[in-house]
Design a protein around this ligand. Sequence first.
Ligand SMILES: Cc1cc2nc3c(=O)[nH]c(=O)nc-3n(C[C@H](O)[C@H](O)[C@H](O)COP(=O)(O)O)c2cc1C
Length: 220
Amino acid sequence: MSYPKKQKSISLAWTGASGAPYGLKLLECLLVADYQVFLMISSAARVVLATEEGVQLSANGKKAEQQLLKLFAERAESSLKGSLHVLGKDEWFSPPASGSAAPKQMVICPCSTGTLAAVATGMSNSLLERAADVVIKERGQLILVPRETPFSSIHLEHMLSLSKLGVTIMPAAPGFYHDPKSVQDLVNFMVARILDHLGVEHDLTNRWGYDKYSAEDSNK
Ligand SMILES: Cc1cc2nc3c(=O)[nH]c(=O)nc-3n(C[C@H](O)[C@H](O)[C@H](O)COP(=O)(O)O)c2cc1C
């Protein structure tokens, strides 16, 4: 399998924590922003996606790509410019598997405590875990969006050790100060914060304080 080289590429992983809507929205935004997205999905993530979004994703990567693109087209919120590659857990010859080709940025969203543990201990037992390990060793940008409550000391210790390595830990914890009217507003809040960290432009939420400091005001 050959992958056309694009300027902007990123690895995205969905794992079996609650929060499939975050993962879906993040993928959509990255494709709108013209990214080449290498998507890795754990088996538990497929169960959560079916439970939370009613989407039964095929285990075949090509079919899963078509399903996801069709889903976004039906929602038709924005036009997609990027490209999507859904990778299986043993696709060791794909770009995310090697430091010589892996995207410099990766997000695991949502991130289960199981995958958190695997990444913190360098397990690399699947492509998803290996991809995270590669981003850490290559000193790229890795963002984890864990969801569990309460966190045990095991979870907190894993998060601390990863944070000390430069990994960004962004728990799925949307704020309520922007007057959300729907669940989608809460999802967008979380995804907007992730996109901010990645340096991807978006218009999902208003920027803090900017309604008071518009361009017009600053010229006065
Ligand atoms: C509907 C559903 C919701 C779950 N929610 C969470 C969760 O919020 N956080 C978590 O860490 N695990 C959650 N789990 C359990 C994980 O899916 C499970 O530990 C799994 O082994 C994680 O595997 P993975 O890391 O390979 O995706 C959930 C499972 C299901 C079926």
